[in-house]
Write a protein that binds this ligand. Sequence first.
Ligand code: ATP
Length: 247
Amino acid sequence: MKKEVVISVRELTKRFGDFTAVDRISFDVFRGEIFGFLGANGAGKTTAMRMLCGLSFPTSGSGTVAGFDVVRSGEKIKRRIGYMSQKFSLYDDLTVMENIRLFAGIYGLSGADTRTRAAELLSRLDFAPERHSLVGSLPLGWKQKLAFSIATLHRPEIVFLDEPTGGVDPVTRRQFWELIYEAADAGTTVFVTTHYMDEAEYCHRVSVMVDGEIRALGTPSELKRQFAAGSMDEVFRILARNAKRGE
Ligand code: ATP
């Protein structure tokens, strides 16, 4: 079966003054793929992701996301994607149901669709008993699962996840990844940044960014072979050890 390209960028670049945060990156992502976007702190991942989500204009280069041009059609892209960031997700002072209704409204879902999808979501996550709990009172791992489910409530073609599992243990992260696999199996493309190398191993393909450039791209097994490394952690360390930015 021919793979369908859903994200395609060529020489995409973002400069802030004379500082080049993202330096001529080029890659394709296919429908239903889980694409890991790795890089040390300050490598340029968030800046690149913001350009892909239609939130920031590239300085140069080109790209399409869900068939729309990242330079000219940012607004159309925004309507076709889901976005979950660690910092800006749910409202702690609203209940689970209130958050669901709020975001369903923002995504333009009808009342009937909101009710059906809320019921599906609560049942899939086993959250029905918590429907009237304040989100702020839930454990972090639960909040992350809820945030992911809400970011995909409108069934976007692509979901962008910016370090979605920060601060939780490996078992909780693994449970979160079950949701990612379900979404990918249903045809949603998942574009995910992470610092956790166990998660890099779960991706279909990963790219590794260093100092604004993509220095490696392939499946986890291809990259381990290419760098004669036993794990993605080792691949990452080999690539990042000469980085000028970061810790
Ligand atoms: P982290 O994992 O720490 O979030 P990152 O890979 O997402 O890192 P970015 O946030 O994209 O990195 O930042 C890349 C570089 O661009 C950093 O050196 C950052 O200081 C710089 N940068 C980001 N936004 C701006 C801006 N608005 N003005 C100037 N420099 C910026």
